[in-house]
Every structure is written in structure tokens, then in C-alpha cells.
Design a binder for this molecule. Structure first.
Ligand code: PCA
Length: 322
């Protein structure tokens, strides 16, 4: 018995030594948003599709809710190969290139058709800007339209003055400042805590994130203004991507294409269902003309500033909307 066991294990060891090197790739992916968010569900489906299409050759483990890297570090971490795959809110990269921020401008695109037109025009510039940093764009999916969550009812933009307002990047903070509000940047997963500790008393985000964070626990009014549809981008380090076999690369790109189409559909469906859910717990308000006019004036100012910063590329993107 003893001898057989020794021979047996010797055989196993030598069999392992001569086995071909496994071609399996295991990729981690860093995302900022929680599991319940439709973006994360879409990304998990993408990972499953990639695993199925490569017969398990490429396995992606999704680390949601900033558990691997904080949101502000994700793009750089993909660039520096600390993690091969990541998801970021594209508008957060505005300081690297204004083209990333087109979809964060208030009242430039307020519905899915316009958002799609903008993306078709923006995409080549985004791909190029990322490629310069050794990153490949896989797909992009918009959030539902952005609205304001407030504790008090308001009639005009003037009533927003002094509100301590949760924002999520430089563009949303700029908007808040122009409206006389006091912005604080807070990541989506940290929203409930920011309200419960009294750092903010209002916020900008979608109906989707309002539901995920149970906005009715800390605000009473949702102003459904659909001011813009910011996109998340899903990115991969180019060296990591090119280390896959040709078939695997094709499978990843195909799954990305499917995920983009599915994600836009999920976003649109979520926009409707999440607004209904909000209405069960708080007052969903259609903004008055007066409020819209005040907000639109700020939107125009920001679009003009952006167009100047984004130059000819920006003009191409804005012209696509006409
Ligand atoms: N949810 C994310 C980005 C935009 C949105 O709708 C957030 O609030 O951080």
C-alpha cells in the first residue's frame, strides 16, 4: 500500500511537470458601484459571457463597491497594470481631457436618443485618449437622467442657495457652485453615511442610485429634471488584452458589444422602474418652468466653458446633436 502511494504521487508530480502550461487567464476587475446597481449586474453578465465564450479560458472576478480600488484610483490602476480591468464614471476623467466630460453637462442631452448620438460622436475621441494611456475601451453605459434630491420644496433655482449638496465630480461641483450651493464630493457607496453624519442635505444623482441608497430615508423631494445622462466606461489594459489569444480577444470584444446594447436597455428600463419606486417613498416633482429656466442658464454657461476647453473635438460632439 505504502509503496503504491509513493509511486502514485510520484506519477502525479511528473504528470504535472510535463503538462502544457495552462492558457487560463484570470482577471480581476475593479468597479466603484454596489452589486445591486444595474451597471454591476450588466458587468457580471459580461464576465459570464466572456467565460462561456472562451470555455473558461478567461475568467473575470468583479470586485464591486470600491472593494479593490477607490473610484479615483481605478483608471490609473488599469493604466499601471495593478488591475487589468476597471469601470469608472467617464466624466471623472475631465481633468485629463475635456472630451470625457461631454455627458456631464447639464441640459445638453436629456434623453436616450440624444445620449446615443453624443456617444457615437464622442466614442472615437474617447478611444484615442484612452489608447494614449495604454487602455482599451470595451463599452460604455449611461446612467438614467440626473435629478436633484432635496429636503425642502423649491420653486426656483434661487431656492437652492446654501444647500449642502452631494456631488460626484468636478463638473457636478462646478454646477452646484454656480447655483450657490455648497458641494461635497461623495462616492455613491458613501451616500447614506454622508447624509446620516450631516455632511450634506441634498444630492444630485439618478433615480437608480436614489433607490439603491434609499434616498427617501434622508430626503423628501426628487426633482426629476433629467439634466444629463453620464456614462460609465469599462476599460482594459491594452497589454493585458493583447496577451490573450486572437480568439479570446474576439470573444471579449463580442461580449463587450453585447454588454453595451444590454446596458443601454437596462438603463432605460431602470429609469422608469426606479422613478416609480421613488414615488412610493417620497414626492417626485416635475420641475416648474421657472426652476428649469434657472438651471438651463447655468447649463448654457457650463456648455460654453466646456466647448472652449474641448476645442475642435468638442465642436464635433456638439454638432452631432443638431
Ligand atoms: N449614479 C452615480 C453616478 C451617476 C448616477 O446616477 C452616482 O451618483 O455617483
Amino acid at each position: 500500500m505504502k509503496l503504491t502511494a509513493v509511486i502514485g504521487s510520484a506519477l502525479v508530480v511528473s504528470a504535472m511537470a510535463v503538462a502544457p502550461v495552462s492558457a487560463q487567464t484570470r482577471w480581476d476587475m475593479a468597479t466603484p458601484y454596489p452589486d445591486a446597481e444595474f451597471h454591476t449586474k450588466n458587468i457580471r453578465q459580461f464576465a459570464d459571457d466572456v467565460a462561456a465564450a472562451t470555455n473558461g479560458g478567461v475568467e473575470i472576478t468583479v470586485h464591486s463597491g470600491q472593494s479593490l480600488f477607490k473610484h479615483p484610483e481605478i483608471k490609473r490602476s488599469v493604466e499601471n497594470q495593478l488591475v487589468p480591468l476597471g469601470e469608472v464614471l467617464m466624466g471623472n476623467l475631465y481633468n485629463e481631457n475635456p472630451i470625457f466630460g461631454a455627458d456631464n453637462l447639464p441640459f445638453v442631452t436629456t434623453g436616450y436618443d440624444d445620449a446615443k448620438k453624443m456617444w457615437d460622436a464622442q466614442r472615437p475621441f474617447v478611444e484615442k485618449a484612452l489608447a494614449d494611456d495604454g487602455i482599451r475601451l470595451l463599452f460604455a453605459v449611461p446612467w438614467p437622467g440626473q435629478g436633484f434630491y432635496l429636503s425642502n420644496e423649491i420653486a426656483s433655482a434661487d431656492d437652492l442657495k446654501g444647500v449642502r449638496f452631494r456631488t460626484y465630480n468636478a463638473t457636478t461641483s462646478r454646477m452646484a457652485e454656480l447655483l450657490g450651493m455648497v458641494p461635497t464630493t461623495v462616492e455613491a457607496v458613501e451616500i447614506p453615511q454622508a447624509f446620516s453624519t450631516g455632511i450634506v442635505d441634498g444630492m444630485v444623482t439618478s433615480a437608480a442610485t436614489g433607490v439603491r441608497t434609499k434616498a427617501w430615508d434622508f430626503t423628501d423631494y426628487f426633482y426629476d429634471i433629467n439634466a444629463w445622462l453620464p456614462k460609465n466606461i469599462i476599460i482594459v489594459n491594452e497589454d493585458a488584452f493583447s496577451s490573450l489569444s486572437e480568439e479570446e480577444q474576439a470573444a471579449v470584444l463580442e461580449a463587450a458589444k453585447t454588454a453595451e446594447t444590454r446596458g443601454w436597455e437596462m438603463s432605460q428600463a431602470e429609469s422608469e422602474s426606479a422613478t416609480k419606486t421613488l414615488a412610493e417613498g417620497m414626492t417626485v416633482v416635475e420641475p416648474t418652468e421657472e426652476l428649469l429656466t434657472g438651471l438651463q442658464a447655468i447649463g448654457e454657461q457650463m456648455a460654453a466653458e466646456w466647448a472652449e476647453a474641448a476645442g475642435a473635438d468638442g465642436k464635433t460632439v456638439l454638432d452631432a446633436l443638431n
